[in-house]
Each structure stands twice: as structure tokens, then as C-alpha cells.
Design a protein around this ligand. Structure first.
Ligand SMILES: [Zn+2]
Length: 110
């Protein structure tokens, strides 16, 4: 999206606290969300020298007609960045470790 490596998968593992897993489940789930184009309107919300805030909306996979979830992440530079903060409007998204946030972060690796 930015023409550079904004973040790499290792930083996502660290954020999700699963650095010990060889085949983390988030990679499969994030891939499914991205392939089914459930993530939309990804854009930069704010940016300064050290941080970049990114927001996207994610259609609910199991309830596509309901309001989509809003996902926010703040990354800490330099690039490839680290995840400083994350939040999603889904029930499990308070710490930004849900599948929607994972999909957004995965999107930013491409
Ligand atoms: Zn979520």
C-alpha cells in the first residue's frame, strides 16, 4: 500500500504474543479475510515523526449485512514498524489482537 515494507510478519507475531508458534493461525485467517475482500477503506488516519495511525473497516465474515468493524492500529517507526497499539470494534478486539486487526496488519506487509 505504501510502496515500502510498513511492517513484517515477525512484528505481528510479537504483537499477538505468539512468537513461539511455527504456524500461527492468524496467518491463515488473515489470508482468508484479505482474499474475500472483507477489508476496506484502509488509510492513514494520522502520522508524525515516530508513529503512523492506520484505520480500516472489515465486513463481518459471518454477518456480512451487519455494520462492519472498525480497526485501528498505531505503528511505531522506523519501518518496518512495530505495533504500538491496536483496537477493533468487535467483541474480542479491545487489545487489537482479533482476526480483523491481524488482517489489517497482514495487509500492511504486502
Ligand atoms: Zn476485530
Amino acid at each position: 500500500m505504501f510502496g515500502i515494507t510498513v511492517i513484517n510478519e515477525d512484528a505481528i507475531d510479537v504483537h499477538l504474543n505468539i512468537t513461539q508458534q511455527r504456524h500461527p493461525r492468524w496467518k491463515k485467517v488473515a489470508k482468508e479475510i484479505l482474499e474475500s475482500v472483507h477489508l476496506h477503506d484502509c488509510g492513514v488516519l494520522n502520522e508524525d515523526e515516530q508513529h503512523i495511525g492506520i484505520r480500516a473497516v472489515c465486513i463481518q465474515v459471518s454477518h456480512p449485512t451487519l455494520d462492519p468493524h472498525t480497526v485501528d492500529v498505531i505503528l511505531r517507526k522506523p519501518y518496518p514498524a512495530k505495533v504500538e497499539w491496536g483496537k477493533c470494534s468487535c467483541t474480542g478486539g479491545n487489545s487489537g489482537r482479533c482476526k480483523h486487526a491481524s488482517a489489517l496488519l497482514k495487509y500492511l506487509t504486502t
